[in-house]
Design a binder for this molecule. Structure first.
Ligand code: FES
Ligand code: FE
Length: 436
């Protein structure tokens, strides 16, 4: 599992046993102890624009139908026919008043009611038509819809803890509400899902793994100022959530430079927010952030765009990944063009970043399977520092502490670092969280 140890020189160390990445029993236990007892991201409300729109999703090992019913209410149903189990919706997306199971033709409304059963005179007069079954809990925070298969889990807002504030920093970037754009990336990686969790907020790997990308950024910017790395922090947000949060110079360090026209529009948009939201909040909004909401939702907000990434564990050495781009609907054509270009050519499966990361993760996985002589990975970086940077590994340790607690029941010692000194005034009013 993961271990907090004091080494021979009295230095704290944190390490993770590599069997957590390959062992089928641990994988099965993750399903029952973590995925059956967490809030899991399904999708964003804006993906379902019209009544009866639906998307199919795989969440926590279950096939789901994510839909907006005829009255406009968001619904989530298990995509398993209550008759004899066939998959009801077999398309990735669509719009349908009735969801009809192809096996015997039972059909259901998007609100979950059984509307027709072919030859229902074959059942007795007292036959109770079964409805579609929903996960135990459904809830949303600022358009992000989550489910939990644990009826007794804490409410979503409590679960999100300090992570909610970092979602606010993303969602406040539009007065109209941020929207998911059409089009997704879907790809698979022959590696354990936790390796991509770690990678998603690992600023340490960026300059070496993505050397080509940085050569391009340096050429475009006419230089490279690594001091931006000192302007960022790894922050434990509680409940296993954490963030690599950058300062202004980090955003410009990692982000691809916008065109002059795009930059001017972006500056103008953020200037407009100042009167409403205040300088402190808008300064933070303009920064970069790589957020992981435990266990498997990633939100990466760099200057060029906002990526939502859902990591789906399929086998100990295989994961599927889906990602979406989140955007302010009111942005102009130039910014939208650059955002979409970045989503495709940076984050896409064949983009500048993703193949590098896939290669790194798959090479780790191959070595975990073959090299028994090295049982532990070390993620101690920055443990001894008063202020860990995002290029340290605090954010991963926060995730692993929660993982370890859920998997073993043991709490590992917390780390003490200097407190944050950030002001939170002026943010857009957070809408009330309502449970469906
Ligand atoms: Fe769906 Fe029979 S299994 S109608
Ligand atoms: Fe990377």
């Amino acid at each position: 599992m993961s271990e907090y140890v004091i080494d021979d020189r009295q230095m704290p160390r944190f390490r993770v046993h590599r069997k957590t990445m390959i062992d089928p029993e641990i994988f099965a236990k993750e399903r029952s102890e973590i995925f059956d007892h967490s809030w899991l991201y399904v999708g964003h409300e804006t993906e379902l624009k019209k009544p009866n729109d639906f998307k199919t999703r795989s969440v926590g090992g279950r096939p789901l139908i994510f839909t907006r019913d005829a009255k406009g209410q968001i619904q989530v149903w298990l995509n398993s026919c209550p008759h004899r189990g066939a998959t009801i919706c077999r398309e990735p997306a669509g719009n349908a008043r009735f969801l009809t199971c192809f096996y015997h033709g039972w059909s259901f409304s998007t609100a979950g009611k059984t509307v027709s059963i072919p030859g229902d005179d074959g059942y007795g007069p007292d036959f109770e038509r079964p409805s579609l079954v929903a996960p135990a809990r459904i809830d949303s925070y600022r358009g992000f819809v989550f489910v939990s298969f644990d009826p007794d889990i804490v409410d979503l807002r409590t679960y999100l803890g300090g992570a909610a504030e970092y979602l606010d920093l993303v969602c406040d970037q539009s007065a109209e509400g941020m929207q998911v754009l059409d089009g997704t990336h879907e790809y698979s990686v022959r590696a354990n899902w936790k390796l991509l969790v770690e990678n998603s907020y690992d600023a340490y790997h960026a300059v070496t793994t993505h050397q080509r990308y940085f050569e391009m950024v340096v050429a475009a910017r006419g230089g490279f100022d690594a001091s931006g790395l000192m302007d960022s922090r790894g922050i434990d947000l509680g409940n296993g959530h954490s963030v690599a949060a950058g300062g202004a110079s980090t955003a410009s360090l990692f982000g691809r430079p916008l065109s002059a026209e795009g930059q001017a529009e972006r500056d103008q948009r953020f200037e407009k927010f100042r009167a409403e939201l205040g300088d402190a909040w808008v300064d933070r909004m303009a920064n970069a952030r790589n957020l992981v909401i435990f266990p498997n939702l990633v939100v990466i907000d760099l200057v060029m765009g906002v990526l939502i990434r859902k990591i789906d564990p399929i086998a100990p050495d295989y994961m599927e990944v889906t990602s979406w781009e989140l955007a302010p609907p009111e942005e102009g054509d130039e910014l939208r063009k650059q955002r979409l270009d970045n989503f495709l050519t940076f984050w896409g499966p064949g983009g500048l970043a993703t193949p590098d990361d896939v290669e790194a993760l798959e090479s780790c996985q191959r070595s975990f399977a073959g090299v028994k002589e090295l049982p532990w990975s070390d993620i101690s970086r920055g443990m001894h520092k008063p202020i860990p940077f995002s290029s340290d590994e605090l954010q991963m340790r926060a995730w692993w502490r929660r993982w370890n607690e859920l998997m073993t029941g043991e709490k590992q010692p917390e780390e003490i670092h200097e407190p944050l000194n950030e002001t939170y005034a002026g943010r857009r009013k957070t809408p009330a969280v309502t449970e469906a």
